[in-house]
Design a protein around this ligand. Structure first.
Ligand SMILES: [Zn+2]
Length: 245
């Protein structure tokens, strides 16, 4: 079965329209629901779901996705990168994804790189297939994302919401907050409706660190990844001010 995805896009070029974070999260939720994850399961072993990611229908555009996790990956400048998504009109109707498996021995890094590249497949793939570029194109991922590059920001938001969905994290954080008797902020989350939020700066840093560690373990992502999600959903504020993302 091909993975089915829809989002607002241009009919002519198949490129995404300007998507809000919430629209990107909705795409991630839809993809997650098609990956046969139990509804209560937090950890998404994406590296084991590659066989389900070989065919896609995005906004009615059909294409294949060729995944390679076995080799070292370099960008056009010859520098090693974590992953790359490419299209070459010599292989029509096929998006190629390379993830630097040999370098990414750490499971959480492997998983987040697959999720990021899958974001490029979902959002860039249809336009490449429908209007093939003259020259081969490549999006490569070094781990650092410029906030001005719409495609990279979009792939990162997709990655974040795929591995850590907002509505699940909201439930888990509230449970942990109750256990640890964390006092909620007077300001609720500005991103998720009817959801309490917490101000990290006013709470015990050791407890906050424990909570983040536990959540990261539960979802199979790194602690810095979890901090970014908590911040993005405006559930726990001011944990990432020193982190560059
Ligand atoms: Zn990228």
């Amino acid at each position: 079965m091909a993975l089915q995805v829809r989002y607002p896009h241009s009919e002519q070029t198949a490129s995404p329209k300007s998507l809000s974070h919430k629209q990107i999260w909705a795409v991630a939720t839809s993809v997650r629901s098609q990956l046969h994850v139990e509804s209560c399961q937090r950890n998404l072993p994406l590296e084991q779901r590659i066989p389900r990611l070989g065919r896609m229908v995005v906004n009615e555009v059909h294409f294949e996705v060729d995944w390679d996790l076995e080799h070292n990956v370099v960008n056009h400048a010859g520098r090693p990168v974590m992953g790359a998504t490419e299209y070459d009109k010599a292989s029509p109707g096929c998006v190629m994804v390379s993830v630097n498996g040999p370098k990414l021995r750490n499971d959480t890094l492997l998983r987040s790189t697959i999720a990021h590249e899958l974001g490029h497949v979902v959002f860039e793939g249809p336009a490449w297939v429908l209007c093939p570029p003259e020259q081969p194109v490549q999006n490569s991922f070094t781990g650092r994302v410029s906030s001005r590059d719409v495609r990279e920001v979009r792939a990162n938001e997709f990655m974040g919401a795929l591995l850590v969905p907002a509505l699940m994290l909201r439930v888990d954080l509230q449970r942990l907050a109750r256990q640890h008797r964390l006092q909620r902020s007077r300001r609720p989350s500005e991103v998720l409706t009817n959801t309490p939020a917490y101000d990290a700066g006013k709470l015990d840093p050791d407890i906050i660190a424990d909570v983040i560690f536990e959540l990261a373990e539960r979802y199979g992502v790194s602690e810095s990844f979890m901090r970014v999600r908590l911040e993005r959903y405006n559930l726990l504020r001011s944990t990432t001010h020193k982190l560059e993302r």
